[in-house]
Write a new protein. Structure first.
Length: 243
């Protein structure tokens, strides 16, 4: 009987010790989870800050596409090409000064619509002396409508990827005669920010052209009833490349 009592006490003690150990593990695990959450938040903050700094550093830049390229082209020749492009294609009476211009990225080929010639091209990034000068050139891009040339703002890859996902919705909104514009990595339609669906894989089958209602939210959060803070925008994005 004494042996049984002793064994019971030992078992009871071991059980209490085990419960205490489990409790400590749970506490430690909770602290680890909290610590990991803090690290994740800090990492996201640093990533956003780095992305913002990258974007700011590109603020005076424009990317010119569709301009023919030759293999032995020098930087000086590239800069002269941009100057001539402003005069001949953008119809600018006076060219805007810039710091530098150079080719970057992969070389691509396309057929000229007029004579069918095969044209080699690489994008040109041009850094202007200030944002005002950059905007003068960018707003002159309307002269390029119907040509194979293009002018775009330069953004980091992460923002470009987001803009590519938003582009079909932007294009569809414009076709629906809605007021739409892209600002950095955000799309605004009729004054409301468009929110990408969780599944951004767009349907392509003809029998699935009716897309689920997509969410938009106001640019600023007004003090209204909850049901008025979220508006719906019926947009059926169509596939297509951005030119």
């Amino acid at each position: 009987m004494e042996f049984v009592n002793t064994s019971f006490e030992v078992s009871k003690t071991e059980r209490e010790n085990l419960k205490s150990t489990v409790a400590e593990i749970q506490i430690n695990n909770g602290e680890i989870v909290t610590h990991l959450d803090d690290i994740r938040r800090n990492l996201n903050h640093l990533t956003e800050r780095h992305l913002d700094l990258q974007t700011r550093s590109m603020r005076e830049n424009l990317v010119f596409s569709g301009i023919p390229h030759k293999d032995d082209e020098t930087i000086e020749e590239t800069e002269n090409i941009i100057k001539n492009f402003m005069f001949t294609e953008l119809k600018m009476e006076t060219t805007v000064d810039f710091h530098r211009a150079h080719r970057f990225g992969k070389e691509t080929e396309f057929r000229d619509k007029k004579d069918g010639r095969l044209i080699k091209t690489r994008p040109i990034v041009c850094r202007f002396k200030n944002f005002k000068d950059r905007e003068i050139v960018r707003t002159s891009a309307k002269e390029l409508k119907g040509t194979h040339y293009g002018i775009q703002e330069q953004f980091p890859k992460e923002i470009n990827d987001k803009r590519k996902m938003l582009w079909p919705y932007f294009k569809q909104a414009r076709e629906d005669k809605k007021k739409a514009y892209l600002k950095r990595d955000k799309l605004f339609i009729d004054g409301n920010e468009f929110i990408l669906p969780d599944d951004d894989e767009m349907e392509t089958n003809d029998d699935k052209r009716n897309y689920e209602t997509q969410n938009t939210r106001p640019k600023t959060t007004p003090h209204r009833e909850p049901q008025r803070q979220t508006q719906r925008s019926h947009i059926a994005p169509r596939r297509g490349r951005r030119h």
